[in-house]
Structure formats: C-alpha cells, structure tokens
Design a protein. Structure first.
Lengths: 195, 217
C-alpha cells in the first residue's frame, strides 16, 4: 500500500468520525462503505475463509463503533480500525483454533445466479458476488472513459488526492473536478448494472 | 445498481462529493436514502477495484448487517460506561497506590522494631548467660566446697565466700584455695578469663553477623 493510498479519505474521515461521535449513524455507514473491502481483505489474511473473514470484519466494525467515542484522532481512523481488525482476528483464531477449522471442509460453494445475474449461494443469506467478473467490467469501463474523467477518478481513488489538489494538478476548477469524477463513476456504475 | 433519472443527477453529483469527503454536513447525511447508499456501495466497489483491494467474493449485504448490529447501540452510553470503568480502575489504582505507600512504611518500621527486639534479647541473653556461666564455673571448680559449706551462725558461707567485705565469714574457699596449689588457682583463673573472653567474642560475632544479615535483607 502506497503512502497516498494510506491517506485516502483521511481528512474526510475526521469529519465523519466527529459526526459519528455526535451520534450520527449514517456517517458511520459511510465509513463502513469506505473501508469494508480493506477490512475484509485484512481479515481474510488471518483466516483464509470468506465466511469467517466476513464475521471478523463485521465484529471489528461493531467494536469500532462501540469505542469510537474514545478515538482522539491521534492516528488516522483507518490505522485505528486496522488495529481493531487485527485484534478481533487474533481473538477469533484463539477461540476457534481447537474445533472450528476442521469443520470448514464442506464450506458452501456458489451455486446459482440471482435475478441480476450475480452468483449466489443457497446456503447463506449473504448477497455474495464473485469479484472476478465485476473487476473485468470495471476495468473495461475505465478504459472506455474520456481521458480527463479517467485521470480525475484515478487521482482521487488511487492517489487519494483531494478535489483541491486534483484541481491544481489538472489546472481546472474544483467544480469541474467534482463533475468529472461523478460522471466517471456514473458511467462505470451503468456498466456494472449490466452484469 | 440502477441510475436515477436526470433530475437526480445534481443530487448524485453532490453525493459523489460527499462520498469523497468534500462538503460533508450532518444535514446532508440525514437525507441519504437507501438508493443513495446503493450508489455509495457501488462507488466503493469501483474504488476498491481500482486499488486492487477486492476480495474474491463480495458480500453486498455487509453494510446492512453492520448497520443492523449497531442500530441499538447508544454510542454516548458506551462512552459513559467506558468512562465509569476507567474511573473505577483509576480509583482502585489510587487505593492500591495508598496501600502501596503504607505497606513499606509498616514493613520498614517492623524491621527496625524486630532488629531492636533481637538486639535487646541478645543483650539480655548475653548478660544472663554470662552470669550463669560464672556461677556454673564456680560450681564446677569448687564442687566440694559448695557441697560442704553449710550455714554457720546463720551465715551461708557459700554466699559470702567471694565477698571480701564480710569479715565474719569463715572463708572455706579461701582456706581451701590457700591449702591447694597456688599455681593451679592462678592457671584456673587465667583459663576462666580466657574462656569468658572467647564466649564474649563469640556472642559479639554472632550479634554482628545477625545484624548485618538483617540489615541486608
């Protein structure tokens, strides 16, 4: 992970964290949406099992919510959250080391497609999708984007730059940065809906 | 994964900015609909995919599950509970600290007292021991005299035999000593004195060693 990636959303996280501390649950939802993939990825490194990683990620987010009142912003929100995920995963491994993993041999597999053509399993209420195809669609859509939109979105998502910094880098007004990023997202989302 | 009609485009443009942490306000967040949340999730998938963070399988209901779990959690109550636990811990720690200060004082005082008591006991033993030793030496050296001396004219000769102030005492010991070998008596006294010195030295060494050991501990 590059330093820029680590800093993604950091400043806006502070605003959201403050709102959460004031009791705004919707702000926490946005933080969950932002970091769910990263958190899941960390958990998966510990258990190498989708279902357990999902449980760990959920528990970590709940724990983080419970103790967010004590978060003082001495580190970034993600750094703080990362520690919670790691501790949750370790606790999970300790409590399940004796019997759980022997039972995972027959973990449910994806069996069919839902109405949106997304692969799902009958054994779990989770709305699961395989990321391979999704990733292909997203990258194809990215290639189809106009250069200015792709560049603006890449600077935001990969480099973690603020709108102001992107505006300076691309020498365009902030309003234009905002609309370019939105249009890029809108187009990719339309392509995702076709899966 | 539906896109709203054109009239909603400006709202989505604003939502996209909110997602990136630009122009966030509590009022904006209050207005977020379920459809808005779906857009946010899709944009999150796009970002994660671009950063190569996507797991092989993605649970699209993840955010809803977390939201359901935190729904009944009052974060301010949690904060109060956490604070009270912290305060309890601090109070307990303060009590422990006070106790921690008192205990060494008592420990230190008891150490001094025990040392003093031991020194007094040793001193008492030394004095009494010395007296008993002298008495037993006299008994051993002159058993016949002690056994033979009886009260004469209401005076116990054995009691007075070493006291030169009693002139009316018949000094059988002196007589016996005079009659016995004068050289032997001198040797016995010298031996006695040496034994006494040795004993005193032993007691002093023992006392010294004990005090040093106690002080070390």
């Amino acid at each position: 992970m590059s330093p820029n990636q680590e800093n993604i959303h950091t400043s806006s996280d502070d605003v959201l964290v403050k709102l959460v501390q004031e009791g705004n649950k919707q702000a926490y939802n946005i933080l969950v949406i932002r970091y769910q993939h990263k958190v899941f990825d960390v958990a998966l490194k510990f258990v190498n099992n989708h279902f357990d990683a999902n449980d760990i990620a959920q528990e970590a987010f709940v724990k983080a919510y419970r103790s967010i009142g004590n978060f003082r912003g001495e580190s970034s929100f993600y750094t703080w959250l990362y520690r919670i995920v790691v501790n949750t995963a370790k606790t999970f491994l300790e409590s399940n080391s004796k019997h759980r993993y022997n039972l995972d041999v027959d973990a449910p597999e994806f069996e069919s497609q839902d109405s949106h053509g997304v692969l799902t399993t009958h054994d779990s209420p989770d709305k699961l999708i395989e990321s391979d195809e999704l990733q292909k669609v997203i990258f194809k859509a990215l290639q189809e984007l106009p250069e200015d939109q792709r560049q603006a979105l890449s600077l935001r998502e990969i480099e973690g730059m603020s709108y102001e910094d992107i505006a300076l880098a691309m020498q365009i007004p902030i309003g234009t940065v905002r609309s370019r990023i939105f249009r890029a997202r809108q187009y990719i989302e339309e392509q995702m809906a076709k899966i | 994964m539906m896109i709203d009609s054109k009239q909603d485009v400006e709202g989505l443009n604003k939502l996209s900015a909110i997602f990136d942490g630009e122009d966030i306000s509590a009022d904006d967040l209050k207005l977020l609909s379920k459809q808005d949340q779906t857009h946010l999730q899709n944009w999150s998938l796009i970002g994660a995919s671009m950063r190569n963070e996507l797991a092989p399988k993605i649970d699209l209901s993840f955010v809803d599950k977390v939201a359901a779990q935190i729904e009944n959690i009052d974060i301010k109550q949690e904060q109060v509970t956490a604070k009270s636990i912290k305060q309890d811990t601090q109070t307990s720690a303060a009590n422990d600290e006070t106790l921690f200060k008192i205990v060494p004082f008592i420990k230190k005082s008891s150490l001094y007292l025990s040392q003093l008591a031991i020194a007094a006991a040793v001193a008492a033993v030394t004095v009494i021991g010395f007296q008993i030793y002298n008495a037993s030496d006299a008994t051993i050296l002159e058993p016949a005299a002690n056994n033979l001396v009886h009260n004469v004219s209401s005076a116990n000769l054995a009691s007075y035999q070493t006291n030169p102030m009693h002139d009316n005492v018949i000094r059988f010991n002196d007589i016996q000593a005079t009659q016995s070998n004068a050289n032997n008596q001198a040797i016995n006294k010298e031996e006695l004195r040496q034994k006494q010195e040795q004993e005193l030295e032993k007691i002093n060494n023992y006392l010294k060693g004990y005090l040093l050991d106690t002080a070390k501990n």
